[in-house]
Design a protein around this ligand. Structure first.
Ligand code: 16G
Length: 241
């Protein structure tokens, strides 16, 4: 039971109690939370108090509300370190998750001016565009559009990129040495097309990430713009002084 005789608000006590049951694994990610009525009966508190506790937990990302379905325990966020250049596949494997890609499109096009500048393209502006949904344990995590100079990777279009890591392919088959990347991260809202592909509500918070990656000769070989789910990612960095 909650303690009505101490100066700690009841909604806060309930929130702490529910958070504890989630942290201890009693309520697992994806589990449906008991309804407001059940919680108010169980803890003998008003539904308004329950609503306040659940509302705060939704704001903090511990719970997610799905229209018409109920409130669920959120999947834990992936803490993405910012100082190492890794691939999506490496990141997921290092966490014991299975990386996969759903290829939405592969095509060749004339690079847009910003892509041509980022990739330092001269007269030959043909780029291979790879649109992928990146999945971890079958759940969509990110939407990525990669642009690669076609002249450097003419055979890439024929490869089976569904289960393979692009970086592994470039390193192992094309002998590329991946050296460093420049990345810009912004906050944004999901739009109609990526919301659907990522399985999130329209205008959900997302991370918009742009990466230009360079080889050992410091030549840029990929320009990637991606949309990462804000409910599944947090960024982590170690700061020194
Ligand atoms: C990451 C990179 C992306 C790269 C991909 C390769 C970010 C924001 N993006 O998702 O630039 O193309 O890894 O992954 O980190 P893969 O080797 O698994 O295909």
């Amino acid at each position: 039971m909650l303690n009505k005789n101490i100066p700690i608000p009841l909604y806060y006590q309930l929130k702490e109690r529910l958070t504890q049951t989630i942290c201890e694994g009693e309520l697992e990610p994806g589990a449906l939370m008991p309804s407001e009525r059940e919680l108010s009966d169980r803890y003998e508190i008003s539904r308004m108090t329950v609503r306040q506790a659940l509302g705060e937990m939704v704001k903090e990302g511990l719970l997610v509300r799905e229209q018409g379905k109920g409130t669920f325990v959120a999947e834990p966020k992936i803490a993405q370190p910012l100082l190492r250049l890794t691939s999506f596949s490496e990141d997921m494997r290092s966490r014991g998750m299975k990386p996969e890609s759903r290829i939405l499109a592969i095509y060749v096009e004339e690079a847009a001016p910003n892509v041509a500048t980022a990739l330092n393209l001269g007269d030959n502006r043909s780029v291979l565009v790879l649109e992928r949904i990146r999945l971890a344990d079958s759940k969509p995590m990110a939407y990525e559009v990669s642009h690669l100079p076609l002249a450097r990777f003419p055979d890439l279009e024929q490869e089976d990129l569904h289960s393979v890591s692009l970086y592994t392919l470039l390193e192992e088959k094309h002998g590329l040495q991946i050296k460093f990347a420049r990345q810009v991260i912004e906050v944004g809202l999901s739009d109609r097309s990526n919301s659907e592909e990522l399985g999130i509500a329209l205008k959900s918070p997302v991370l918009l990430i742009e990466r230009v990656t360079f080889d050992a000769d410091e030549r840029p070989f990929e320009f990637v713009s991606s949309v990462y789910r804000g409910d599944r990612y947090k960024l982590q960095v170690e700061l020194h002084r």
